[in-house]
Design a protein around this ligand. Structure first.
Ligand code: NAD
Length: 486
C-alpha cells in the first residue's frame, strides 16, 4: 500500500486500534492505498477524555497565545503545500491544481482563525451609576467536527481552527473515504506547538458519528455532508441537548438570461459544473433558461469539451457513486430528456488510468421532456437545463427546490440581478459567478435543506457557534452614587 495504515490520533499520539478496518481506495486507479479503522464509542470516549484533560490549560491561555500557535501552523501548511496536495490528489482524486487550491483555501481559513483575537473582543458599558456590564466570549469545552469526502483538507479547516482559537478542544472525524490528509493535519498541528489532547482524531463511519452525538461531554457538533445524514445528526445531537450546525447537500440553480455575456457565462458555468468533477456543494447544477439562451447553451456544450477526464477533470469518488450518476443519466434519457453532452461515452487523456472512476461532463436538457426534473442532489459533473418564461417564474421554480445553498443570476441587467439576489431562497447568491463561495471574513452557509441549525459555519458568524457569552455585572462605586439599579 502506498500509505501506512490510518490510526486514530489521541492525546498527541497516533494510537493503534484493533478494530476492523476498511480499505481506502484511490479513485485515480482503484488501488487500495491504505486502510482505516472502524472506531467505536470506546475510542470516541478516549478522545473526549484526552480533550477534557487538555481543556483547562488550553482555555486558560489568552486568545493571543492560542493564535500564535495557529500562526505557526499556517506557516507549516504553506511549507507543505505540495505534499498536502499530493495526498489529497491520491485519496480524493481531484487534480493537483484543484488540490493545491484547496490547501490555499485552508491557509486563508487559518488566517481568519489567527485574526480572532482582533475580532472576538467583549463589550463593556457603565449601564447604571457605578455599575458596569461586560461580556466575554467563553469556550464551550470539548466539541466535535464531522467531515465529508469532497474537501478532505478545506472542510475541516472551516471548523477546527476557529473552534480552537475560541478555546475549545476538538474531536474530529474525517470521512472514512478520505482519512489520509487529516493524519498530516495532526502532525502539523503538533509541530506548530499545539499541546497534546487539544486536537484528536477518531476514524470510522456511522458508529463514530453516533457516539459523538451521544457522548455527554461533547458540547457542540458541526457536520458537513449529505442532507439525509445532516438531518440524522442534527436530530440526534440536539435531542442530546447539544448545539449542532449540520450542513447538507445542494442543487444549485443558475438563472440565465439572454443578455448574459456569452463567453464569460459559458466558461464560468463549465468550470463550475466540471471542477472537482462536480463534487462540490457549490457546483452549478441546474440552468433555468429564461427565454432563448441557446447561444449560451451551445457555447457551454463546447466549453465542456475542455474538461477531458484525466489531467483536466478528476474521477468520481467511488465506483458506486459513478454507477448512481450513470443510472440517473439513463433514467433522464428514458423519461425523454435530451443529452446535449453525454459523459457516459467519454474519451480520457493519457493521464487517466483505465481503472480510475472517471465520467465525462454531461448536460441533460429537460426542456421538452414533458416531465419534471427530479429534485434530488446529483453529485457529479452533471448539469441540467430547464426553462422559465420570466425571472419571476424562475425564482418560483428555485423556491420549489428543497435545497438552498447557492443561486446565481447570469445577466447584464442590474435590476434583474438584484431581484434574484433579494428573492432567491438560498444562503449564497452569485451574480455572473458560478461558484459564489463567500471568502473570509464573510461566512459560508446555505438555507433550507442545505443547512440545519442557526448561524453559519465560517467567518464571523462561526464565533457565536463555538462559544458562549459570559455577562459580568460589577459595582465598585461608593454607596452614595446610586440610582434605581445600584
Ligand atoms: P455523507 O453524508 O455520506 O458523509 C458525511 C459524514 O457522515 C462522513 O464522515 C460519514 O462517515 C458520516 N456518515 C455517513 N452516513 C452516516 C449515517 N448513516 N449516520 C451517521 N453518519 C454517517 O457525505 P459525503 O458523501 O462524504 O459528502 C458529500 C456530501 O456532502 C454531498 O451531499 C455534498 O453536497 C455535501 N457537502 C455539503 C457542503 C455544504 O457546505 N453544504 C460542503 C461539502 C459537502
Amino acid at each position: 500500500m502506498k500509505y501506512q495504515e490510518v490510526q486514530n490520533y489521541i492525546n498527541g499520539h497516533f494510537v493503534p486500534c484493533k478494530n476492523k478496518r476498511l480499505n481506502v481506495d484511490s479513485p485515480l486507479t482503484g488501488a487500495i492505498i491504505s486502510t482505516v479503522p472502524l472506531s467505536t464509542y470506546a475510542d470516541v470516549d478516549q478522545a473526549v477524555e484526552a480533550a477534557k484533560k487538555a481543556f483547562p490549560a488550553w482555555s486558560g491561555m489568552t486568545s493571543k497565545m492560542r493564535s500564535q500557535i495557529l500562526y505557526n501552523y499556517r506557516q507549516i501548511i504553506e511549507q507543505n503545500e505540495a505534499l498536502l496536495a499530493a495526498i489529497i490528489h491520491d485519496e480524493n482524486g481531484k487534480t493537483i491544481d484543484e488540490a493545491t487550491a484547496e490547501v490555499r483555501k485552508s491557509i486563508e481559513l487559518t488566517e481568519f482563525a489567527c485574526s480572532i483575537p482582533q475580532i472576538a473582543v467583549g463589550e463593556v458599558l457603565e449601564v447604571s451609576m457605578g455599575v458596569e456590564c461586560r461580556t466575554e466570549y467563553a469556550p464551550l469545552g470539548v466539541v466535535a467536527c464531522i467531515n465529508p469526502f469532497n474537501f478532505p483538507h478545506m472542510v475541516p479547516h472551516w471548523t477546527f481552527p476557529n473552534a480552537l482559537a475560541m478555546g475549545n478542544c476538538i474531536v474530529l472525524k474525517p470521512s472514512e473515504i478520505t482519512p489520509l490528509t487529516t493524519m498530516k493535519m495532526a502532525e502539523m498541528l503538533k509541530q506548530a506547538g499545539l499541546p497534546d489532547g487539544v486536537f484528536n482524531i477518531v476514524n470510522g463511519t456511522k458508529q463514530v458519528v453516533e457516539a459523538i452525538c451521544d457522548h455527554p461531554d461533547i458540547k457542540a457538533v458541526s457536520f458537513v455532508g449529505s442532507t439525509p445524514v445532516a438531518q440524522i445528526v442534527y436530530r440526534r445531537a440536539t435531542s442530546n441537548l447539544k448545539r449542532c450546525l449540520a450542513l447538507g447537500g445542494a442543487k444549485n440553480h443558475l438563472i440565465v438570461l439572454p443578455d448574459a455575456n456569452l463567453e464569460l457565462s459559458a466558461s464560468d458555468i463549465a468550470a463550475s459544473m466540471c471542477g472537482s468533477a462536480g463534487q462540490r456543494c457549490m457546483a452549478a447544477s441546474v440552468m433555468i433558461a429564461v427565454g432563448n439562451v441557446d447561444p449560451i447553451i451551445k457555447k457551454l456544450c463546447s466549453e465542456t469539451s475542455k474538461y477531458i477526464p484525466g489531467t483536466k477533470m478528476p474521477p468520481i469518488i467511488s465506483l458506486q457513486s459513478r454507477e448512481n450518476l450513470i443510472n440517473y443519466i439513463n433514467d433522464a434519457e428514458k423519461q425523454g430528456a435530451v443529452l446535449l453532452v453525454d459523459g457516459r461515452n467519454f474519451a480520457s487523456d493519457e493521464n487517466a488510468d483505465p481503472n480510475g472512476f472517471y465520467l465525462g461532463p454531461t448536460i441533460i436538457d429537460w426542456r421538452n421532456a414533458g416531465v419534471r426534473m427530479p429534485e434530488m442532489e446529483v453529485f457529479g459533473p452533471v448539469f441540467e437545463i430547464i426553462s422559465a418564461k420570466s425571472v419571476e417564474e424562475a425564482i418560483s421554480i428555485q423556491h420549489e427546490s428543497p435545497f438552498g445553498n447557492a443561486t446565481s443570476a447570469f445577466t447584464q441587467n442590474g435590476a434583474i440581478a438584484k431581484m434574484v439576489a433579494q428573492n432567491a431562497s438560498a444562503g449564497m447568491i452569485g451574480i455572473n459567478i458560478g461558484v459564489p463561495v463567500p471568502r473570509e471574513p464573510f461566512s459560508f452557509g446555505g438555507w433550507n435543506a442545505s443547512k440545519f441549525g442557526a448561524g453559519d459555519i465560517t467567518g464571523k458568524s462561526s464565533l457565536a457557534f463555538w462559544s458562549q457569552f459570559k455577562k459580568i455585572t460589577s459595582k465598585w462605586a461608593k454607596q452614595e452614587i446610586t440610582d434605581w439599579m445600584s
